[in-house]
Design a protein around this ligand. Structure first.
Ligand SMILES: NC(=O)c1ccc[n+]([C@@H]2O[C@H](COP(=O)([O-])OP(=O)(O)OC[C@H]3O[C@@H](n4cnc5c(N)ncnc54)[C@H](O)[C@@H]3O)[C@@H](O)[C@H]2O)c1
Length: 352
């Protein structure tokens, strides 16, 4: 196996931390550099199990800072980039779209420029992998699925900024010949997920007997994938996809939000020894999100057929595993909900 130096951006976030862990553990010959700004969503407590690994390094920094990114590439001489850093919460994009433009669009273009400059047209053994979302495709009606050729039709500032970044990544392939790959994935769930998102928020609130907010009537449909299956898909695509290709990643696992929350309530009642139906009483319907896409469903048959990837877990099993993780890792949840995680960088890295 060739030695590679790989920059993973956003590695302190939910999906990024799973990708960093997978690469650090699976490829001891690779040097993994995790670049993260440590916004509210970045949490180094996600990575304590690998932070001392000899093939891992953390760098705190902002992808919006073009001079810093250019200098980092000049000094580090990366062979590849796996780009996950992003503002990722749709509700936040509705209240503060510009932050999404800066990180998701400008930040991505800064990385593309730095990679292009460092590699200077010699892309043998070089690769820029951009991690994106199925939300770029817009919304579906009752039927149909997004494929890799579905036209982009983003509706929220978040999905518009991700769509824009996807276009820039493709443009750098078509214009400059940069070796790029893109994957568009459905909703992820699993451990280390910041509890502002549906599943960890509901688990935390059910645990604490607090209201579980559900948008509108809970009719919105999402396709859910276990985060470790996403990380494995990224590994497979990174190593095997041809330059310029796009892959959809998904679980073929569609759930109405309300059905998902009811299933979660059932699992939580069992795990917490509550009588059946107790947690469902916490469900509270709230005013729907503006421009809320009705249904997402992703066709990942290209990935399954060409690269032999299939999801490893059934949803009920994955959800039960996820609930177990949050119940067993109360300290993580407490540190996140009390913002204690934000001081970890200072205590852990200040002296280095
Ligand atoms: N969560 C999902 O269900 C999902 C699904 C498909 C695709 N994605 C995509 O996967 C990627 C990761 O998503 P996530 O859910 O792990 O997000 P997240 O919000 O949990 O993590 C994002 C990480 O990026 C870092 N970051 C933010 N702005 C930065 C900046 N300017 N410079 C450097 N670092 C910065 C944050 O500190 C954080 O660690 C995103 O690109 C997202 O669009 C997410």
């Amino acid at each position: 196996m060739m030695t590679k130096k790989i920059l993973i951006t956003g590695g302190a976030g939910f999906i990024g931390s799973h990708v960093v862990r997978r690469f650090v553990k699976s490829y001891p010959d690779y040097q993994i550099v995790n670049l993260d700004k440590l916004t509210y969503a970045g949490n180094l407590l996600n990575l304590t199990d690998i932070e001392s690994a000899p093939n891992y390094e953390f760098v705190k920094g902002d992808i919006v800072d073009a001079a810093f990114i250019a200098e980092l590439f000049r000094t580090a001489q990366f062979d590849a980039v796996i780009h996950l850093a992003a503002e990722s919460h749709v509700d936040r994009s509705i209240s503060n779209p510009m932050e999404f433009v800066m990180t998701n669009v400008i930040g991505t273009v800064n990385l593309l420029n730095a990679a292009k400059e460092q590699w200077k047209g010699d892309y043998a053994q070089k690769r820029f992998y951009h991690v994106s979302t199925d939300e770029v495709y817009g919304a579906l009606g009752e039927t149909g699925m997004f494929t890799e050729t579905t036209a982009y039709d983003p509706h929220s500032p978040y999905s518009a900024s991700k769509a824009s970044s996807d276009h820039f990544v493709r443009a750098y392939h078509d214009t400059y010949g940069l070796d790029v790959v893109i994957s568009n994935c459905s909703n992820n769930y699993g451990s280390h997920h910041f509890p502002e998102k549906l599943i960890p928020l509901a688990i935390n609130n059910i645990k604490n007997n607090k209201a579980v907010p559900v948008y509108g009537k809970g009719e919105n449909v999402r396709d859910w994938l276990w985060v470790e299956d996403h990380a494995r898909a990224i590994d497979v695509i990174f190593h095997q996809a041809k330059a310029g290709e796009t892959y959809n990643i998904g679980g073929h696992n569609e759930w109405k939000n309300i059905d998902l929350i009811k299933l979660l309530c059932k699992i939580m009642d069992e795990k917490l020894g509550r009588s059946a139906g107790t947690s469902e009483q916490l469900i509270t319907y709230v005013t729907d999100r503006a421009g809320h896409d009705l249904r997402y469903a992703i066709d990942s048959s290209k990935l399954q057929e060409k690269l032999n990837w299939v999801p490893s877990l059934q949803f009920e099993e994955g959800l039960a595993k996820t609930v177990d993780w949050y119940l067993e890792n109360e300290q993580w949840l407490d540190d996140v909900t009390s913002s204690n995680y934000q001081s970890y960088y200072e205590t852990q890295y200040a002296e280095r």
